[in-house]
Write a protein that binds this ligand. Structure first.
Ligand code: 13P
Ligand code: SF4
Length: 354
């Protein structure tokens, strides 16, 4: 939908009034009406890396979801305040691993005698508590753009990986990119005693995958891939690694949101692409590349927006910017110092990956 011109003008005016005091970051899944005000756009990795790029900005307005704002707070100084325009912008995947559940899982691994040789690798899409757990136990954070490198690193530190909380990214990276077999992976279900696994099964596994997933990407199916290939001869299927394994295995290209954009930038005119990721991004790319004769379509028309990403809309952004311009610090995301210390360790390990 086209953005309300009055709200656009108010956002512009508030941002201008704030000047260098504000730095607006926007994830690729944000609405067009919001992304137009971002100083930097990116995938989760780029936004984590760039969060500290403007140390002179007093406010970082994060147009994305809660775990991203937390990570920005962890990676920036105490004098920089991170603001999330709607506090209800969470992530259902991140919510699938709580600190209590993960502590219990570590006890299960300890009882099975494998905690000493297991390295936690946690997807960026997790709470600061989970990142702190990861840092405390010698592990690293990863995003969809460096999961392979994070796993290579982890297997140099230990024999097994506990991958949190996205089973699909963990499995896809291990099997598709690293040549492990599906049998090397087991799924730990936090809702079952001992994760639903025997000590024997745990000891036999290389990858212990947490039973979490993305509700948006989880809806793309092998049928979606087969159907689009039938309907559009010569189509290239490009999907995000949060998709299920059979979808990723059937796709031509797999990567993060930034990778998806770069791939389409490099694609020749006349090529056709079916994209398996969030709808705001796919629509934006379809419009952007239409003039260049690249035909970009949604992999499955029944899959929709990420509802929590979409919570950040223009009214919330205007409210946040105007409040800050009037000197009212609203919706601050602040991680407590103890959690921050260990979460930062894990995030810095990721940033230092080769
Ligand atoms: P990337 O932008 O890192 O590809 O992540 C996608 C995502 O689901 C963020 O929530
Ligand atoms: Fe979370 Fe999926 Fe939305 Fe990304 S797309 S924020 S993983 S629910």
């Amino acid at each position: 939908s086209p953005s309300d011109p009055d709200l656009v003008e108010r956002a512009r005016a508030a941002k201008e009034k704030l000047g260098d005091k504000v730095f607006v970051l926007g994830h690729h899944y944000q609405r067009d009406e919001v992304i137009q005000f971002a100083d930097v756009t990116g995938d989760s990795f780029k936004l984590a890396r760039d969060a500290a790029a403007r140390p002179e900005a007093e406010y970082i307005v994060f147009c994305g979801v809660h775990f991203m704002a937390e990570s920005a707070d962890i990676l920036t100084g105490d004098d920089q305040k991170v603001v999330l325009p709607d506090l209800a912008a969470g992530c259902s995947m991140a919510d699938m691993a709580t600190a209590e559940q993960v502590a219990e899982c570590w006890d299960v691994l300890t009882e099975a005698g494998i905690a000493d040789v297991t390295v936690p690798v946690s997807y960026m899409n997790s709470s600061a508590d989970i990142k702190a757990f990861t840092g405390r136990h010698g592990g690293t954070i990863c995003t969809s753009s460096n999961a392979r490198r994070a796993l290579d690193w982890a297997f140099e530190q230990g024999e097994k990986v506990l991958f949190l909380p996205d089973q699909h990214l963990g499995r896809n990276t291990a099997v598709r990119d690293m040549g492990m077999s599906l049998e090397d992976c087991v799924v730990y279900n936090p809702h079952k005693p001992n994760g639903g696994l025997t000590a024997e099964e745990l000891r036999g596994a290389k990858m212990i995958l947490w039973r979490g997933h993305c509700s948006v990407h989880g809806r793309f199916s092998l049928d979606s891939v087969n159907e689009v290939r039938e309907r559009v001869p010569g189509v290239n299927v490009l999907v995000h690694p949060e998709c299920r394994h059979e979808v990723v295995a059937a796709a031509d290209y797999v990567g993060s949101t930034e990778y998806i954009i770069k791939t389409l930038e490099a694609a020749p005119a006349g090529s056709k692409w079916a994209i398996g990721t969030e709808l705001n991004l796919v629509r934006r790319l379809a419009n952007r590349f239409a003039d260049e004769g690249k035909e970009i379509m949604f992999l499955d028309r029944t899959v929709c927006f990420c509802s929590t990403m979409n919570r950040i809309d223009l009214p919330h952004l205007v409210w946040a910017l105007e409040s800050l311009a009037e000197g009212n610090l609203v919706n601050r995301i602040q991680v407590d110092p103890e959690t921050e210390r260990f979460a930062k360790l894990a995030l810095e390990r990721m940033l230092a990956l080769p």
